[in-house]
Design a protein around this ligand. Sequence first.
Ligand code: UGY
Length: 1006
Amino acid sequence: MVRLLNNRSTSQGNYLVVEETLELLSRIGKKKQFHVPFPIQNESETNHERSEFGNSHAMQRVDPSVYCCKCYYGTLFLRLDLPGFTRSVYKRDHALITPESHVFSPLPDWANTLGAYLITPAMGSHFVMYLAKMQENARSGLPPEGVERLIFVIQGAVNLTNSSRISDKLMVDSYAYLPPNFEHSLKCDSSATLVVFERRYAFLDNHITEQIVSSTDKLTLLETPGEVFELRKLLPESMPYDFNIHIMDFQPGEFLNVKEVHYNQHGLLLLEGQGIYRLGDSWYPVQAGDVIWMAPFVPQWYAALGKTRSQYLLYKDLLLHLLHLLNVDMVSKAIAGGCFQSICCRYSGNVARFSSAIWREKFQSMEQIYAHCLWEHCNAIVLSWILNMVSQELSAGIFFVSNALRVWEDLKEHIDKIDGSRVYFLHREIVSHSQGTSSISVYYTRLRLLWDEYDVIAPFVVCNCEILLLKPLLSVNQAYSMLVQEEGQRQNIGRLTSILEPTALYSSTLVKKCFHGVCHYCHIKGHKKETCYKLIDYPADYKFNKRKGSAVNNVVLSSEGESTSSLAKYYVPAKVPTFTREHYQQILEFLGKDPPVQATTHMAGIRFVPFQYDWILDTGATNHMTFDIEQLSSYVACDSSSFVQPPNGKTTQIAHKGTYAFSPTQTLTNVLHVPDFHYNLLGEMKGIARSHNGLYILKSSSSSLGLFIKVLVFVRPNKTGLLNKNTSIFLTFLMPSSFNLLFQLNSGVCSFGFYGVFIGAEDFRLKILLCFLSLPYPMTLIVIFLHIPVVASHAPNYSRDESSLNDSSFVHAFSCHPETTNAQNIASGSACPIPNLCSSSFSIMESTSFEPKTYYETAHDKRWVKAMQHEIHALEENGTWTVVDLPPNKRPIGCKWVYQIKYNSDGSVERFKTWLVSKGYSQCEGVDFHNTFSPVAKQVTVHTVIVMAAMLGWELYQMNVFNAFLKGDLHEEVYMTLPDGFRNQGESRVCRLLKSLYGLKQASRQ
Ligand SMILES: NC(=O)N[C@H](N)C(=O)O
């Protein structure tokens, strides 16, 4: 190494070359002093080369294809000797292709010629650069239509003949430019090596290019302001030529002054000398024979090193008139090489199309071409937007499409498939997104993102929430600041209310117990036998050393109105919505009580989701309306001029008019079917109901009167948050027969709610309170009456008064404590705990249907009734049972309906599905069953069959059987009660099961 540096050069370039070699060697464990095995080329060798090239300044010029064997520096030779080593590099925005990595193969359409493609569009270029090694009697082929060609001779000589039979002999350093579609032929008698550049010609106006034959020595040196290198250009600098080839000469030590970054792409062949090329962030020692591809905008810089001149040939595109077509975004996009190539391929495809002969015919004038250029420009920009926006997975599929509209439509089609489910997902996210403990700005930002996406992919849905009812409509920012203000206020008073947060409530007061008698069971004063803890078990939170007064929870209102906390830690989240003082007073008013000295309120809860098929009360609409024709028992079509006009000002078509039956005895006539609606609206109550204390008492077609009400019921949890195990609480609302059993609570959760629409009797108040008396132990029930005016003209208005925000006091509650309820009082009507329905307004977001849990929730919903009938029909068809009288000494197991709404991928309801499930847990081994097994195919078995069918070429048929237990005969004697809805009052007959049913011990378990 020392010898090398001393003998040849101390220039930085050599030093780097050698240093790099040493570093490489040290990395592979050969770090030791070594001698350059080959002497540096001497004059005679150089002369030999010169004679081979037959050209005066070919001192270092060699055939690049064999150059690796003749390199100047033994150090490089050493490196190339290493197994698998190459200096070639291929990166996203540049490539160095060195001679040892050239691969030659016969050039198509050329005779006796081997070619090595060095730069092609596969790299991202819009041109090709290749070496053509012509052998004896070699002949060239023609480039494809519309493609122009430039050849430069680097070794040997060729004869060029054109269609006019004019011939030119081209020696080393000679070149020829051959316009697109120009007939020509290159012939070689002995051998020649050419570097060839080809690209699709970008036709412009009426300009055409001409054949040029010349050599570098005939070219004049051009001015290079600010630069020191010598520059010659092989082609004229005129409009028709869309590229040029530069010959650039550098003396040792000279370098590019400008650290160039520009839109042009380059193909470079180093003809002589050596130096350092900087490409992007990489620095490459280069020498004669090396080829470089430079993508647009790759930072580039060259310094000539060594003792002799270095010279390179440089392809440079001149898309002056197409400059706008080059889209920086596309190139700068940080994507993997393959993708990048694809973009450029596609891009060059555009250019190619632009320049094709078809275009030439297509466009008559410059205006047309410019118009098309503009189109291409927009197209390219939109394409780059799309490509930059979509995920890598998606972009892979669209790289090859060059028309932005097509890409867009493809994507739309592609993504539309999941659009529905995305809409559904967004919808649900928006509906269920709650502020929780986050600040309004966090909440707002997240919600805004959801809304923005929703707005884009789903049509605008008119929302009648309170803020949106303001006139003039607030801007989003105004609404935001209004909410922030409100947030501030609430923080000041230390309360945070969120209607979507799970809420429930316990209220109890220090009102003196109303029952003064003695329990007949334990003989202790203050309660009755029915509510005696000794008899019915103590609640877990029962305080044995109890002081007067009941448990205190979240809010304690002293006479001074201060709040304190006590038992909250047991079962109430730290920040739960609380009652405001107004609410509390309202409740007390309902209860007909004076504000106590001390009162307590507990809250816990559930999320409230309305059922789409519920009827929204007292909407103020002139007519009753339903969105669903299926709900009408009889109807007639309306003519196309029938419209309703909701308060949003739009007119909406009425499709039908018909009758809706709430129950066999209660019907609504003249109900309009308005398909555009999302809810059922009960219009003006006049005529169908009379108002009484804010309740609407329905006049029904029969003599019995009904009451519409939506109720949420919360039960106070015990201390540990759990109801006593095995505790079933039956709340019996004494209503018309079908609603007798309202619900059963045997949940282990600390609080729960129930939501439903009931048709009650006229003396509802009395009966609802009476039922509380049958509670097993003291328990506070909060009944929340909800009234949801979707298009109500009397919906709360922000401007009404400053307390309007608190008007989310949709909760009208009353507390009922068995110990505090005076049945006599209530019966005599002196206590009036029924809230005013009219004022209980509550705006709620549209939501999806919920799945009923009990038969009673579905008994009057035609869809569920239909689904149940369908299931029964299928079971009977399959011979699942026969209906028999229950034999003596036999005990039937129960059964239960299970409901599920099946959704399409777009969130719309596909169908209402029901299953009849037997209560197999009450079966006894040896009586009702002996063995348990799996009468349905296991998934793995199905897979095996499919695999076998695929392997053996079987045909597979798929059929859908409505019942899971097509087979699965029962051998045991199992009796089951008749399913709900298919049993008459007092019916004693049962189903003798012949086939398995879900839930049976004999049924599937996997
Ligand atoms: N890398 C180069 O040599 N670039 C040239 N100076 C050019 O683009 O003009």
